[in-house]
Design a protein. Structure first.
Length: 241
């Protein structure tokens, strides 16, 4: 029996959950029992509210930190600040409790959430908003194979024609919503659609349990978020003299 704390801070609004698995691990997209869940209510409050949310989640589940067997965190890509806060919190908990760290990619997480709604779609393309008309995206076949690697890209007409020509495509994530008019213009096959989803901690439960069973743990000393692009702080311009 594995009890795992699940943390997602990759989007503007974070979420925390606790899962418990009895018996063999679940396949990607399945979920063990969710004992408790807490979702942030205000955007970009991870740094102030994440640990109180963890405490509340433990209280709801009737558990203490020592009851946890592992912590699973979304590793990105996504919000730079959110990922930094989530990963540092997860690593701190693991170090303090002497338990392993599991990490799941945010686009893999969105794929798992979208899979039950895929219907007859041939591909699922999760997208995370990277500001302006840029997104972080990957392409998955329905069996969970990543057929095109994760990368940042500017969404332009025709960019996914290779996949659309094979059959219906399910786009998901806040990046897809932002680019709706380009991805699904008028006259598109109605089976190709956009599913509005944000990453959710509880959706990590199945893959987290599988990783725990297979002992796919991260090195606490060296693990860092998958930012995908270097973060550049933008400061207001000012005269020096």
């Amino acid at each position: 029996m594995a009890t795992i704390l699940l943390i997602d801070t990759s989007a503007d609004v974070f979420s925390v959950a606790i899962s418990r698995l009895d018996g063999p691990s679940c396949a990607l997209g399945d979920s063990p029992v969710i004992l408790a869940e807490v979702t942030g209510t205000e955007p970009r409050t991870q740094s102030a509210m994440l640990m109180p949310a963890v405490d509340e989640c433990l209280r709801k589940a009737g558990l203490s930190p020592k009851d946890l067997d592992a912590v699973c965190v979304s590793k990105g890509p996504g919000s730079y600040t959110g990922l930094r806060v989530g990963v540092s919190t997860a690593k701190g908990l693991c170090m303090g409790l002497g338990i392993p760290l599991i990490a799941i990619g945010t686009l893999e997480l969105l794929f798992a959430q979208a899979l039950p709604e895929a219907g007859n779609c041939k591909y699922i393309i999760p997208m995370i908003d990277a500001r302006r008309m840029e997104v972080y995206s990957a392409v998955f076949s329905i069996d969970g194979t990543m057929v095109r690697e994760i990368r940042p890209e500017i969404v332009e007409p025709g960019i996914y024609d290779e996949y659309l020509s094979a059959g219906p495509v399910l786009f998901t994530g806040d990046g897809a919503l932002k680019c709706r008019d380009i991805l699904v213009p008028e006259g598109t096959d109605p089976s190709t659609r956009i599913l509005p989803l944000n990453p959710s901690a509880k959706a990590m439960a199945g893959e987290a349990a599988k990783a725990f069973d297979e002992k796919r743990f991260e090195d606490l000393a060296y693990f860092e978020p998958f930012y995908l692009k270097d973060f550049v702080a933008k400061l207001p311009s000012r005269k020096l003299f």
